[in-house]
Design a binder for this molecule. Structure first.
Ligand code: DAH
Length: 344
């Protein structure tokens, strides 16, 4: 009997210690202390022992029972803590880790804003190839074959055999190349195009990036005059820079427009009076003009029937002007420097 009790204790102890959760511990408890548990049955057998043996065995049996109960209690506490901990790990009430949210690039935001302004007055946004033929970028825009512009514009040429009709392959140096492409696409006016695209020139310093953006407007229709151009420029300047801003055109020269103009915007700081930020109240913005008859002809449009106006400005430039940004090095815009980009 004594041996049996010791045996029961040892097996119970090892089962209890090996239990991995409260359920299996409960099973072990039933197996030993339950109604038909091993220890319960053994205790019943004590009454069958000779009288003189009973106190000694009874005492031992009680000790065994107490030990098993104690050990079970300790194990319950230990497992309970574990289960509590597990819950803690998946506490769904804890705030999650927020994924960081990006935003559109400063220039993309401006492109969207500029597009929306022109779409309101009926311009259609188009895109044309970044890798372009000389024909669209220069020749059809009335640049004579040996015109120094091809050098002046510091164009990137692509190493590829020139096409007999369209000439060399290059990275488009300005959005004006879209003018001819749009005339070819539409065939007959009216044309109201807004071409916003990447442009490339061999320039890289604090105020120039080799890749930049321009937005180009082209309107071709019957009875178009300079007043339409001026009205469009005024509308854009007011919508983009603010209602109190004005535009001004000055004579200039471009190959593809006649007459040609430089467009200025009244200074937002001194409101046209003149300050150290501007030139006597005006800021230079970009080019514009009435489409040269040769350009219409190259685009397949009869210059006797139709007249056009065009303008082309730099997106980066208008953004800097509008925001009053003084960026030490413009190349930062395309540098992947998050500390810089996240400010906008
Ligand atoms: N293409 C010119 C440039 O890149 C800008 C320009 C001037 C565009 C006059 C025009 C224009 O449409 O009419 O500097």
């Amino acid at each position: 009997m004594e041996e049996e009790l010791i045996n029961i204790k040892n097996t119970a102890m090892s089962f209890i210690l090996e239990s991995e959760n409260l359920e299996s511990l409960e099973e072990v408890k039933q197996q030993f202390l339950g109604k038909n548990g091993k220890l319960t049955l053994a205790l019943k057998d004590i009454s069958k022992l000779p009288k003189e043996k009973r106190p000694e065995i009874g005492k031992l049996a009680n000790e065994v029972k107490l030990t098993i109960e104690e050990t079970i209690k300790e194990k319950v506490a230990q497992l309970g803590k574990l289960e509590y901990k597990k819950e803690e790990i998946i506490d769904i009430t804890l705030p999650g880790i927020k994924p960081s949210l990006g935003h559109l690039h400063l220039i993309t935001q401006a492109i969207e804003e500029i597009s929306a302004i022109f779409e309101k007055i009926g311009f259609t946004r188009v895109r044309y190839p970044e890798v372009e033929w000389d024909w669209y970028a220069f020749t059809a825009l009335n640049f004579p074959q040996n015109h120094p512009a091809r050098d002046d514009w510091e164009t990137f040429f692509v190493k590829q055999k020139p096409n007999l009709k369209k000439g060399s392959v290059l990275l488009t140096p300005h959005t004006s190349s879209g003018q001819i492409r749009e005339m070819e696409r539409k065939k007959t006016p009216p044309i109201k195009m807004l071409n916003i695209a990447k442009c490339y020139r061999r320039q890289s310093d604090v105020s120039h990036t080799p890749m930049f953006h321009q937005f180009e407007g082209l309107v071709v229709d019957k009875n178009i005059s300079i007043t339409h151009l001026k009205g469009t420029l005024d509308y854009f300047v007011r919508s983009y820079f603010g209602q109190n801003r004005k535009s001004r055109i000055r004579p200039y020269h471009f190959q593809f427009t006649e007459p040609s103009f430089e467009v200025d915007v009244s200074c937002g700081v001194c409101e046209g009076k003149g300050c150290k930020l501007c030139k006597a109240g005006w800021l230079e913005m970009g080019g514009a003009g009435m489409v040269h008859p040769n350009v219409l002809r190259f685009g397949g449009i009869d210059p006797k029937k139709y007249i056009g106006f065009a303008f082309g400005w730099g997106v980066e430039r208008v953004v800097m002007m509008k925001e009053g940004l003084e960026i030490d090095d413009l190349r930062l815009l395309y540098s992947n420097n998050l500390d810089f980009l996240e400010q906008f």
